[in-house]
Design a protein around this ligand. Structure first.
Ligand SMILES: Cc1cc2nc3c(=O)[nH]c(=O)nc-3n(C[C@H](O)[C@H](O)[C@H](O)COP(=O)(O)OP(=O)(O)OC[C@H]3O[C@@H](n4cnc5c(N)ncnc54)[C@H](O)[C@@H]3O)c2cc1C
Length: 444
């Protein structure tokens, strides 16, 4: 690919900044437009989770650019799940049998700033904030922009426009409007989410175990909490939007207090701002978006949530978006003279994996909110770790493959199905043999 290729990137969220850095490293000209203000001005608008779990796939993408250590310096290791029962009883379950395998709690704002700064180290990358993309002319290709401070409109032209503008991507909407047979599917969970806070203790320290992802599983709903470097925890309540007990039916302070006292009695004393947090913080929706194709000729492509938004229960949306950047960069390197082929190859390599992750993420919601509290689930996790130890490199639990390896998501899901059928088959045969031995003994 000639060095003077110019990319117009829309969206400098987590993947946008990273992709700009990858393209900057390739020597391409990059103009990155973001509708929001510069997060470094201290006016970071989350709208999404304040902190996220960063794991192997995301770390690999950061390592390729030499910024993993910089990012991990701000991270807190979460070595396992801390399950909170209704009576306040605690149960800690490590994520992996290898203690070196853990996930990292990282602030969205800090990570966003790091990737944008990594991109700006390349003189050929320019980042423009307060620029909203309103439409993309796919054939030009060019992006129509509006300066959100002055209301002035402009057009950004390049050799290709890349939509890294999140789940409600304007670039994808332009593809939907302009392309024949563009496939699009969006589906929402019946649950929404609300962020709440556990502030630091009087000494500035963490009021619960710091190096864990805390879960309050309550069958049809749950609350989780991730630690922050300032000693606080960000809690997220995932709860039904509507129904007899739901966001919708919980209106008064008494309703809120009663619900939390009943369901999360050990957390309530740690949440002095519960009522205001609950009232003031928005209730977010949980969407899965699938679309195809992710590119148009050699002119337009989609990356990250713009191509495949998933629900957050595997902690993989950002990790997958970072993996997209790695794969797209690899494809551009493999087909330097044929960008259309590179885009098509990127779509081919990523699509089935994005679809597999979407299914895994929905399934993991059921596992987190319902099964983590059950003895059978804990026994299965122990068995997983035992088999992993007995059959190293042969048996890998699904969670391990998704979180601590770079095995493609679809391959991990297929392998887990085979492993489960063998394990359950062996258990069933074992149970049959034991029953047969008992029956024989009784008959005699
Ligand atoms: C509650 C919750 C918890 C999560 N937890 C995790 C987790 O633990 N681990 C994990 O890996 N993932 C997690 N995710 C998923 C993760 O947030 C996303 O997958 C990730 O942010 C995707 O990055 P992105 O760059 O594709 O999109 P985004 O981060 O959404 O960035 C898109 C950017 O584009 C900008 N933009 C949008 N429209 C326009 C426009 N028209 N013009 C210009 N700019 C525009 C936006 O302002 C934004 O900056 C979570 C998500 C949620 C909702």
């Amino acid at each position: 690919m000639p060095d003077k290729i110019k990319f117009v990137l829309i969206g400098s969220g987590l993947a946008g900044g990273l992709l700009a850095a990858y393209f900057g490293r390739r020597g391409c000209e990059v103009d990155l437009y973001e509708r929001r203000a510069d997060p470094r001005a201290g006016n970071f608008v989350g709208g999404r989770s304040i902190n996220l779990a960063l794991s192997t796939r995301g770390i690999h993408a950061l390592k390729q650019l030499g910024i993993a250590d910089e990012v991990l310096a701000h991270a807190i290791p979460m070595r396992g799940r801390m399950i909170h029962g209704k009576s306040g009883n605690l149960h800690f379950a490590p994520y992996d049998r290898d203690p070196k395998n853990y996930i990292n709690s990282i602030g969205r704002a800090a990570l966003n700033t790091t990737v944008i700064e990594a991109a700006q180290r390349y003189p050929n990358v320019r980042v423009r904030f307060n620029h909203l993309c309103t439409d993309v002319d796919l054939d030009a290709p060019s992006a129509h922009l509006r300066d959100t401070e002055t209301n002035q409109t402009s057009e950004a032209r390049g050799d290709a426009v890349i939509g890294v503008d999140g789940a409600f991507s304007a670039v994808r909407q332009s593809m939907q409007r302009q392309l024949d047979r563009f496939e699009y599917d969006e589906s929402y969970l019946a649950h929404g989410y609300k962020e709440l806070t556990i502030p630091p203790g009087a000494d500035g320290g963490w009021l619960m175990e710091k190096e864990a992802l805390h879960i309050w599983p309550r069958k049809s709903f749950m609350m989780i909490a991730l630690p922050n470097p300032d000693g606080s925890f960000t809690c997220t309540l995932f709860w039904e939007f509507a129904g007899p007990r739901s966001f919708e039916s919980t209106k008064t302070d008494d309703d809120i207090r009663r619900f939390f006292d009943e369901e999360f009695p050990d957390a309530v004393p740690l949440m002095p701002t519960l009522l205001t947090d609950f009232r003031d913080n928005p209730t977010g929706s949980l969407v899965t978006i699938r679309c195809a194709p992710w590119s148009y000729k050699d002119k337009v492509a989609l990356v990250g949530d713009a191509a495949h938004a998933v629900v957050p229960f595997y902690g993989q949306g950002m990790n997958a978006a970072f993996e997209d950047c790695v794969v797209l960069d690899e494809c551009l390197a493999e087909f330097p003279k044929n960008r259309e082929r590179a885009f098509a190859e990127y779509f081919f390599r990523r699509k089935e994996n994005a679809d597999a992750l979407a299914d895994l993420a929905i399934h993991n919601f059921i596992e987190m909110r319902d099964k983590t509290a059950s003895k059978t689930f804990r026994a299965k996790k122990k068995l997983d770790h035992l088999l992993e130890g007995l059959l190293p490199g042969v048996y890998l639990p699904l969670y391990t493959m998704v979180t601590f390896t770079r095995i493609p998501y679809a391959a991990a899901a297929r392998r887990a199905l085979v492993q489960d059928s063998i394990v359950y088959g062996i258990l069933a045969v074992g149970a049959l043999i034991i029953s047969w031995v008992i029956v024989r003994a009784v008959i005699r």
